[in-house]
Structures are given as structure tokens and as C-alpha cells.
Design a protein around this ligand. Structure first.
Ligand code: CA
Length: 239
């Protein structure tokens, strides 16, 4: 994402005219816009790229918008989703919000209203990412991480100096304890896309965390890799 961009948006809409209108309007507003015309393509894009927001039509070929939303929410609970529907009935709205959409617009809508909602959703999410609610210290299984001091003492009593990125990644995983944090989110939050680390890079960080904090690094209790999805920190209360 370049510095002048207000954010990246994926438009998932099969009606060509509306897709083109949205693409043009959002581009003119300063967003970087990508498009997908069916539900399967949408999920593929979301797996491969980072987006600040998704505009998701419900009636789609291949896979409907409700299912797309539900699938995204299995691995990503924070990506803002604005749903669109042609139907004016309340049931789609309720179902969409139940399945994890953040906001909902019924077609036809005023472009101005869509732009306002897009702006609001992206700002709200950025604020949450910048100031996630969290503690300064995390204790688990005899380990104690002090995020501000960037150091930890493990269950064997060894003092560990953490690098800045190690601290950031630990903070992120702990803030989302017992949830899978996707690779895309880690890249965006910890590396900020300044350099492109491979999955291997994140794996190496996780391997180090296991060496620091696990009794048996080959049988981890706290730091888990979820193949093809991301990583999860599990604390003992929930394990
Ligand atoms: Ca449609």
C-alpha cells in the first residue's frame, strides 16, 4: 500500500455496471480498489492479499455473499465487511449481520452514503489495530513477558531479550489469544509490508518463541501453527 492511499478495498459484485461505478468512485476517493465477480474468486483474493475493507454483494455466482462472509470470519474476525443486497427485506440484513458483516446497504443506495460508511468502517478498524486493548505483561505457564521492557523470563528462569519484531508479534498473538491470526494480518501489523517476509520468516519467529517459552518445543502448548491459515497463541486457562 503506498502512502497516499486511504486504504485497499475489494469489491465483490457480479453486476458489471455497478462494479465499474463503485470501482471508479472509490478510486477517485483515493482508495486502491480490486474487484472480484464471484464468491470463490473473492475468497481466493482475501487469502492472498491484505484488504482494509470488503464490499460484498449477497447475490453472487459460485458462492453467495453470506457464505463468503462466514468463511472469512473463520480466520479473520476484524476485516471490515460491508454487505450489499438487492432485497429490501429485513431477513437478509439480519442474516448478514449474524454471519459477521459489519454494516449493510440495500440496493439501490446513494453513492454518498456508501462512501461515508466505507470511510467510517476503515477508520474504526485502524483505530482498533493501533490501540488494541491489551496488558503490558503476559504470564503463562511460569513464563512472563514484559512488552514495554521488550524482555521475558521463562519457566526455567532464563532472561530473554526480545527484538522489536518479536515483541510486536507476541503482542499481536497475545491480544488475539485463542484465535488464529492470519499470515496477512501478521505481515500487515508486524512487518507493515516494508519488506516482504516469507511464511518461513514467521515460522522462524514461532520456532524461537517455542524455544523460549515451551517446556518441549516439539510439543507446543502455547504457540501453534495452523497450516495454511496462520498462528495461534493458546494460554493455559483455555487449553
Ligand atoms: Ca449480484
Amino acid at each position: 500500500m503506498n502512502k497516499t492511499s486511504k486504504g485497499t478495498i475489494l469489491i465483490v459484485e457480479d453486476e458489471e455496471a455497478l462494479q465499474a461505478t463503485l470501482r471508479l468512485s472509490l478510486s477517485l476517493e483515493g482508495y486502491e480498489v480490486s474487484v472480484a465477480s464471484d464468491g470463490v474468486a473473492a475468497l481466493r483474493r482475501v487469502r492472498e492479499e491484505y484488504f482494509d475493507l470488503i464490499i460484498l454483494d449477497i447475490m453472487l455466482p459460485e458462492l453467495d455473499g453470506i457464505s463468503v462472509c462466514e468463511t472469512i470470519r473463520l480466520t479473520d474476525t476484524s476485516l471490515p465487511i460491508l454487505m450489499l443486497s438487492a432485497r429490501s427485506g429485513g431477513s437478509d440484513r439480519v442474516l448478514g449481520l449474524k454471519k459477521g458483516a459489519d454494516d449493510y446497504l440495500t440496493k439501490p443506495f446513494h453513492l454518498e452514503e456508501l462512501l461515508l460508511r466505507v470511510d467510517k468502517l476503515i477508520r474504526k478498524n485502524r483505530k482498533l489495530q493501533e490501540h488494541p486493548p491489551m496488558d503490558d505483561v503476559c504470564a503463562f505457564g511460569g513464563n512472563r513477558i514484559d512488552f514495554n521492557a521488550q524482555e521475558a523470563v521463562n519457566a526455567r528462569g532464563e532472561r530473554i531479550e526480545l527484538s522489536q519484531r518479536e515483541t510486536m508479534l507476541l503482542r499481536l498473538l497475545v491480544a488475539h489469544r485463542n484465535e488464529v491470526v492470519s499470515r496477512e494480518k501478521i505481515l500487515q501489523s508486524v512487518w507493515g509490508y516494508q519488506v516482504y517476509p516469507t511464511t518461513r520468516t514467521i515460522d522462524n519467529f514461532i520456532l524461537n518463541f517455542r524455544k523460549y517459552f515451551e517446556a518441549d518445543s516439539r510439543d507446543p502448548k502455547y504457540f501453534h501453527s495452523v497450516r495454511g491459515v496462520g498462528y495461534r497463541f493458546t494460554d493455559e486457562q483455555a487449553a
